[in-house]
Design a protein around this ligand. Sequence first.
Ligand code: SF4
Ligand code: SF4
Length: 466
Amino acid sequence: MKLFKAKKGIHIPGKKEDTSKLPSVKYISPEYVYIPLSVKGSDFEMFVKPGDQVKLGQQIAKRERDKGLPLVKHATVSGEVVGTERKLHRTGLPYVCIKIKNDFLDTPVEFTPIEDIDKLDNVKLLEIMRESGVVGLGGAGFPTFLKYQNTKDIDTIILNGAECEPYITADYRIILERTDSVIDGLRIMMKVADAPNGIIAIKKGKKEVYKVLCEATAQYDNIKIMQVPDEYPAGWERQIVYRTLKRSYENFPFECGVIVNNVATSAAVSQAVREGMPVIERIVTVAGDAVVKPRNYRVRIGTLASDLIQLSGGYAPEHKDVRVISGGPMMGVSQKNDEFVVTRAVSAILVLSGTSEYQVPHHQPAGDVLLNVLHFVEHDDRHFERDEQPCVRCGNCVKHCPAGLQPTLLRIAAQAKDEDLLGKLDVMKCINCGTCAYVCPSHIEVNEVINKGKKYYQVKTRNKKK
Ligand code: SF4
Ligand code: SF4
């Protein structure tokens, strides 16, 4: 069987210049933090009750594998547990959250730092990763230890630092600000997987991070810094593996001897192992044309997006309508309001105006300018000014889909709720990258419809198995 080779990509404006050069600002002062559990909440075992005093880093809830993805939650400030409250999650769904009133003392639990990881076996290292709540900080939120459990014949760990969505510079800053932790985490993960080689993949043109990483890894012969094209979605796992190692896989990277983690996840692994410190904070980019001062913040998990927007000077007064998105413009989720919670997987909060004047970028080739004028995604500045037109069967979406799918047919199958056709067209392979909507001259939100079809297909096939 011929395996699909992931190498398609499109050029989209990066829009990263507002925040990439600014050091992240530490923010530890939310009055309350909200630690999200799930929509139901009852799938988690809670270790605290209202009125309890908690310390920074203390485990407050846990979900075991029989109830869903195994996750551990920690207090990200010290203070008093108020109770539970529903808040918007990055997915747009209302989640049950544990609300903690910050006492601003940051009284920590007793951490057990480990100097010499060679004294620990892999089982112990995996346990530390699990109990510290390390998950994919690039946006996936998938528990990291699961990628390393029961794996064999892994020869390479790849750190994904491509950060291909526009506006977001959280990974860029973490590479610059926590270089040693990123590399240390990589070395720990190489040890856990018994992998002889490590790769850190970044985008071409990121000269500053390339230089910093090359210098910091010069002493390790088995770690390479590799550059992937400045395209979207260069940060997709499949593309990273293909672009760096020329390998393809059917379902998961381990099938071809590789595990992929994000650079921020790597820094979190280092922190968990070396300092015994769970994931209590992360870097978040606050950007977009409708926020006064775009910036990166180091914030406690459970901080509300509204706090960070205020810290950034609030909404730009010249814009009447704004949209707030958790994540990037291509894959992020438009939120009903700004009272959503920064979780471990939220890398950005975008504040975009409803409409804005399009500035023709004169330095761009004519073809790219045309593409920018014609094509947009749901969260593009010009979205609200454009009407959806009928599909003209141009095939653009098929030509550009990085997953090798047929978006135009998938959309029809999703609208018809045709479960068989959705299956035949491999709907589950869609990574919801938004490229099909971006390149559609008829302004059809192709990926939105396909995403709904994907959920429909998942539920239908799950019900069949019962
Ligand atoms: S959203 Fe899905 S169908 Fe559309 S281009 Fe991306 S992978 Fe292909
Ligand atoms: S890009 Fe848009 S108009 Fe062209 S085939 Fe796809 S859905 Fe139809």
